[in-house]
Design a protein around this ligand. Structure first.
Ligand SMILES: O=C(O)Cc1cc(O)ccc1O
Ligand SMILES: [Fe+2]
Length: 434
């Protein structure tokens, strides 16, 4: 049931709606969630992504109707994944400086996405349900008969190279670079790689679930529109296929054998679902007069903290767009912020660092660490003719957090850590001419 090609794949439209889907007509109970005997003798199972008593507008749960309940599995044994870290590592002495990494090398990729995940930076604490980790995966193998479930957070995939075929309990998502996929905490999935060697970024969010940002004076349309998110339709496999189920739970990894496929959901309804989104559908807003606006106008999804307006994580993109501002230094200004910024580049060039920031690389500008355009960007933007200019063929993004990101040991020791990053600003001389 899951072997449709990417072009044939069907989806349901919307973000956080009450989706309803059945792979076999009549499999969804009507008028109640848990009848004495469900249609076709399926097992009803509830997956709640928020506390039962979360406010209605935040409450997320889904009913799945499956061939066997999830509790039917083998015993878990410890599993080794040494490069996937959880929460802030207090042992790392983090210099209060800008940091940058070249493209994460595509070697040691003879693994699947789970074994190929490596943490670049993390903050907060999964048990405190606060913070996030920024990972990069480098992999060339499909997971095939391995499935994964993360109890520590939801996972936002930002593929940079190679398509992903993500099979989940709720159905299948095909995701290509330029698109993103958001997989809820606790929902079982596997990632197959139809194009082989692949690389991408992942935000593992331990905090409140990502949602669409408020639009304020922008109004009722714009930025990421809810209808452009796509949830899967129900799809189930042959029940007799054995799987290895790998689980991340409190920062540790575990593995259990299962005699049946975890992808055995014949029908489901509810508002907790994996979704994908094509960033080409982002309705980008910018200044049509003067000045460089705050990048919050590029927020696709936000995970709020308990301080209003001060996110646990904002997922922000820098998509292709027009620059038309008059008498304005058009790239980002020089700045230092309360919020900490982890950036990645899916393709093209980023206007503040035209040569220096490479697709598949990363940068980190933590709380109150000064940064801004490099010398090349400053020179160009200070002297260029300010005709309307299209920034095309570019997609950078930012995981922005109220909590400081601590790079992992892997990232601190990586040969692609740029030891000379600060040199890109060294030529910004004193030009004061009173
Ligand atoms: O530092 C960066 O490149 C990200 C960023 C972009 C922008 O347009 C304004 C502020 C900001 O932090
Ligand atoms: Fe910044």
């Amino acid at each position: 049931m899951t072997n449709a090609s990417a072009a044939e794949r069907r989806y349901q439209s919307g973000f956080g709606n009450e989706y309803a889907t059945e792979a076999v007509p009549g499999a969804l109970p009507q008028g109640r969630n848990s009848p004495q005997r469900a249609p076709f003798d399926l097992y009803p199972e509830l997956i709640s992504g928020t506390a039962f008593t979360a406010p209605r507008h935040e409450n997320r749960r889904t009913w799945v109707y499956r061939r066997q309940p999830s509790v039917v599995a083998g015993r878990y044994k410890p599993y080794t994944q040494l490069l996937w870290k959880t929460g802030a590592d207090r042992e790392i002495a983090l210099p209060p400086e800008p940091m940058r990494w070249g493209p994460i090398p595509l070697d040691n990729a003879d693994v699947d996405v789970i074994d190929g995940m490596r943490t670049l930076a993390a903050n907060g604490d999964a048990d405190a349900q606060a913070g996030l980790a920024a990972h990069v995966y480098v992999a060339s193998k499909s997971m095939n008969r391995r499935a994964f479930v993360n109890a520590d957070g939801e996972m936002l995939f930002v593929p940079q190279q190679g398509r992903l075929e993500i099979t989940t309990e709720m159905g299948v998502l095909d995701v290509k670079p330029g698109e993103i996929a958001l997989l809820p905490r606790g929902v079982v999935f596997k990632v197959d790689l139809p194009e082989g060697l692949s690389r991408g970024y992942v935000c593992e969010n331990y905090g409140a679930q990502f949602r669409l940002p408020e639009l304020g004076p922008i109004g009722s349309n714009g930025l990421a529109n809810a209808r452009d998110f796509q949830a899967p339709v129900a799809a189930y496999e042959d029940a007799t296929v054995a799987y290895e189920l790998v689980k991340k739970f409190g920062g540790r990894f575990w593995s259990a054998p299962t005699k049946h496929s975890p992808f055995n959901v014949v029908a489901w309804h509810g508002n907790l679902s994996p979704v994908k989104y094509d960033t080409a559908h982002f309705m980008t807003i910018g200044s049509i007069s003067f000045d460089h606006p705050d990048p919050s106008i590029f927020t696709v999804l936000t995970s709020p903290s308990d301080t209003p307006g001060t996110a646990n994580c904002d997922f922000v993109i820098f998509p292709p767009r027009w620059l038309v501002m008059e008498d304005t230094f058009r790239p980002p200004w020089y700045h230092r912020n309360l919020m900490s910024e982890f950036m990645g580049l899916v393709y093209g060039e980023y206007d503040a660092k035209p040569g220096g920031f490479k697709p598949g690389g990363a940068s980190l500008h933590n709380c109150m660490v000064p940064h801004g355009p490099d010398e090349e960007a400053f020179e160009k933007a200070s002297h260029s003719d300010l005709k309307p200019q299209k920034l095309d063929n570019t997609l950078a993004f930012m995981f922005e957090s109220r909590l400081r990101f601590i790079p992992s040991g892997y990232a601190m020791q990586s040969p692609v850590l740029d030891q000379n990053y600060a040199d890109c600003w060294a030529g910004l001389t004193d030009n004061f001419k009173p």
